[in-house]
Design a protein around this ligand. Structure first.
Ligand SMILES: *Cc1c(COP(=O)(O)O)cnc(C)c1O
Length: 361
């Protein structure tokens, strides 16, 4: 029985009540180009070998709490510098949450460029911190002067830089990122979720900056279902952040499967190369369409702008044609009139282009 005294309105924190739950649409039978997933499965014989590995996993036992074998493999395959440590998360989202939990105090600021990945704001708000978005330049590049002024003013505990940036696809100028790292009073987390699709990375430069951490995930490289992210940086930071981690956050199936996948990383690398090549083709085909403005991307998705006021109808029209992408128009601001398409298999990209042409006509 619910009364005013024990109602959720009384007890759930106001900042949580004010949040909108992260909404993931049901793709039904649609061509799914909305969530930056790798569209490729493994060859059948690899699936068989993987199932053999899983057969031996002891589900009755707790996982290795430190996931040591997996951590060692990740250090090698992700080219983490020798003197740096790794902290693993149930997806990189969990690592963003651990970072926030480790620094959260009322009035403390988490900062990121705007527009960017929405989880930085959501996690800042859930942990009772203040979120400060800082406008990107017109072309979605990082405006160093504006960023430095905002950092001076708000003294953020953490600055998150999605690199390449989601949802714009932009890789910020490395000297601009460096300027941000140098003037930030706290941590700067360079989020390299799209590392498989770009040559740009701050991973090799971790040792140059005492306040830099690099965040990676295996999600966009083809293992989104496993939920595994990694945070790389100096032990003095990671050992503190690690205290906010729940024990056994990386389950036995994920540990075994990720180790297996990394042993066969060549398959994933090949898929990433294919996606990079198809991104170029998709981008060129989009650019050739009348009224479409395409933003350059170094990720596995492409942001594009449609004629003013038509984004919602184009998005709905694509869905009627059986293609699901992401509508960013409701986010407003600089993303008004923008849609984002994930690079899929060639035939999926073709289906998307054909549907778009039809809807635009
Ligand atoms: C997709 C994405 C993530 C989340 O990755 P998970 O490891 O699946 O939680 C993190 N950062 C950015 C910028 C992303 O686009």
């Amino acid at each position: 029985m619910s009364t005013a005294g024990n109602s959720p309105q009384r007890w759930i924190r106001p900042e949580v009540q004010a949040l909108c739950a992260y909404h993931v649409p049901d793709p039904g039978g649609l061509v799914k180009l909305d969530a930056m997933e790798n569209p490729y499965r493994w060859p059948d014989e690899l699936v068989e070998q993987w199932l053999e590995v899983l057969r031996k996993v002891e589900l009755n036992r707790y996982p290795d709490p430190g996931a040591q074998a997996l951590t060692l493999m990740l250090k090698q395959t992700m080219q983490v510098p020798e003197d740096m440590q790794l902290l693993l998360g149930n997806g990189s989202d969990e690592l963003i949450q651990m970072l926030a939990l480790a620094v959260a105090q009322p009035g403390r600021v988490i900062m990121a460029p705007d527009p960017t990945f929405v989880m930085y704001r959501m996690i800042a708000e859930v942990t009772g911190m203040t979120y400060q978005g800082v406008a990107l330049a017109e072309d979605f590049s990082l405006d160093v002067a504006v960023m430095q002024a905002a950092i001076d003013r708000h003294q953020p505990a953490i600055v998150f830089l999605s690199y390449p940036n989601n949802p714009t696809g932009t890789v910020f100028d490395s000297s601009a990122v460096e300027a941000v790292i140098r003037c930030a009073p706290g941590l700067v987390v360079v989020d390299e979720a799209y590392a498989p699709f770009t040559d740009a990375s701050f991973m090799p430069r971790l040792g140059e900056f005492s306040n830099l951490l690099v965040l990676r995930t295996v999600s966009k490289m083809g293992l989104a279902g496993l939920r595994l992210g990694l945070l790389a940086g100096a032990a003095q930071w990671l050992s503190e952040v690690d205290k906010t981690r729940l024990p056994y956050n990386i389950n036995v199936l994920t540990q075994a499967s990720a180790r297996f996948a990394l042993q066969h990383k060549a398959v994933l690398d090949e898929q990433a190369q294919q996606i990079r090549a198809d991104r170029g083709r998709l981008s060129a085909a989009l650019q050739a369409l009348d009224g479409i403005q395409v933003y350059p991307s170094e990720a596995n998705f492409i942001l594009f702008r449609v004629p003013q006021g038509r984004a919602d109808r184009i998005f709905a029209g694509l869905q009627e044609q059986g293609v699901l992408i992401k509508n960013l128009n409701p986010a407003g601001g600089r993303l008004q009139d923008c849609l984002r398409v994930t690079v899929g298999r060639p035939e999926e990209n073709q289906a998307f282009l054909a549907a778009l042409q039809k809807v635009l006509a």
